[in-house]
Every structure is written in structure tokens, then in C-alpha cells.
Design a protein. Structure first.
Ligand SMILES: Cc1cc2nc3c(=O)[nH]c(=O)nc-3n(C[C@H](O)[C@H](O)[C@H](O)COP(=O)(O)O)c2cc1C
Length: 223
């Protein structure tokens, strides 16, 4: 039994009223809409680029947070280890979903699309821009594999540091980006009485350029 004074016992009483932002109208194309919402999120909340990435796995759906590191009309880009659990799952089934959960703004953006690896040049460029410690860490980690101890992790880190003591740390081959090319994007704005605004853009189940207004149909959904 949960203690009555525990925050967990009060979850059903926890209620936030939405709607202070006013109503939302659909924009012309999803790129313009997303750009505008992202600019507002960046001004108002911490880590607006933290997003949920959902993948299909043999044991059912899987999900974790990754950082959005680029958006252009081709899609949404994040970086990771290609041999991690998510990397192997994407290799088997490239259909993924993203959720940007902007709670403090009573907003979320949901994306469904196809993930493809970024070019080596794009991965190299982003890897080179990372702090050196993160570069070393990326080389020292076999992401999602079991490791004996924190000490073993530090030893692996130190080995990589020693190996590249006087040199730039090269991007490991198994580390790089994915771009999610969307065919469905939903913008959700919380409203009073749980009567929210939802606009969904769809491109006939095929990924389309986000700024190509003619490729997208937009519909308002019931909350
Ligand atoms: C705020 C936050 C940001 C993260 N950003 C990334 C990221 O950009 N890339 C990444 O590979 N993992 C990132 N992670 C870690 C992942 O959530 C996850 O633990 C890791 O990628 C292993 O996932 P997998 O075993 O499903 O492959 C982040 C976690 C948090 C909480």
C-alpha cells in the first residue's frame, strides 16, 4: 500500500488547467509551424530538444530520450551509437516515432517517419564539434552492452584518452546521426476543459519535405 502522505497516493488529484495560451491555428506547412513553436520553446523551457524516440523491437515497442540536433525540410536529426539497442532496432525496422514533450507550454509535437543514417560527412562534422570528453566517451562506450563496473568504464575512457593523447579524437565508425523523414506530424496545444487543439499533417504515408506545403494535408482532430 502507498502511504497516504506519499506524492504517489495523490496522483489522481494532480491536475493542471491548460488554455492560457489561447487557440492555435494550423500553419501553412509543418516546417513553418515547427520552426515557430521551436523558437517559442527555446525561449521558455529547458532542453526543448530532448525528445522521446520510439522504435519497434522484437520484444515490443521501445522508447528512450535523445537530443534533437538538427531540423531542416528533410527531417529531424539526432546522434547516437549505431550498434546500441536503438541502432539495431532501426536497422531491422526504420519506422520510428518522436515526441517532443513541452509540458510547461502545454504542448507536444508527435512525429512518425523513417530513420536513415546521416552521411559520414554530417556525422563527422557534428562529432568534431562535440567537447573532447564526449568524443572520448563515445569511443570508449559500447552503448547498451553490459559492462562490469564503473571502474571498467573509466579504464576504457583512460585507454582512449591515452591512445589519442596528442591528436584529435576520430569519430568511431559505429557512431553517427539519423534523420527521421516524417510522413505524419501532430501539433498539440492543451486547452481549457481538456478541449485541446490538435492539428495533424500527413503526406500520404510517404515522407515528404517539411516545407512543401502541397505535399501535406492538414486536419484538426478532436481532443
Ligand atoms: C536528456 C537526455 C538526452 C539524451 N540524449 C541522447 C542522445 O542524443 N543520444 C543517445 O544515444 N542517447 C541519449 N540519451 C540516452 C538515451 O536515453 C539512452 O539511454 C541510450 O541512448 C541507450 O538507449 P538504447 O539502449 O535504447 O539504444 C539521452 C538521455 C537523456 C535523459
Amino acid at each position: 500500500m502507498t502511504d497516504d502522505r506519499s506524492p504517489l497516493s495523490r496522483l489522481s488529484d494532480q491536475r493542471v488547467e491548460y488554455g492560457a495560451r489561447g487557440e492555435v491555428a494550423a500553419g501553412t506547412d509543418p516546417f513553418t509551424f515547427f520552426s515557430q513553436w521551436y523558437a517559442e520553446a527555446q525561449a521558455e523551457i529547458r532542453e526543448p530538444n530532448a525528445m522521446l524516440l520510439a522504435t519497434a523491437s522484437d520484444s515490443g515497442p521501445d522508447a528512450r530520450i535523445v537530443l534533437l540536433k538538427g531540423v531542416d525540410p528533410a527531417g529531424f536529426t539526432f546522434f547516437t551509437n549505431y550498434t546500441s539497442a536503438k541502432g539495431l532496432q532501426i536497422a531491422a525496422d526504420a519506422r520510428v516515432a518522436l515526441v517532443l514533450p513541452w509540458h510547461d507550454m502545454h504542448r507536444q509535437v508527435r512525429v512518425q517517419g523513417i530513420a536513415t543514417r546521416t552521411s559520414a560527412a554530417v556525422s563527422d562534422e557534428y562529432f568534431a564539434a562535440r567537447p573532447r570528453g564526449a568524443q572520448v566517451g563515445a569511443r570508449a562506450s559500447h552503448q547498451s552492452q553490459p559492462v562490469d563496473s564503473r571502474a571498467a568504464m573509466h579504464a576504457a575512457f583512460d585507454r582512449v584518452e591515452a591512445e589519442f593523447a596528442d591528436a584529435e579524437v576520430p569519430r568511431p565508425e559505429q557512431w553517427g546521426g539519423y534523420t527521421v523523414a516524417p510522413h505524419r506530424i501532430e501539433f498539440w496545444q492543451g486547452q481549457a476543459n481538456r478541449f485541446h487543439d490538435r492539428f495533424v499533417y500527413e503526406s500520404a504515408d510517404r515522407p515528404a519535405a517539411l516545407d512543401d506545403a502541397a505535399a501535406w494535408t492538414v486536419a484538426r482532430l478532436d481532443p
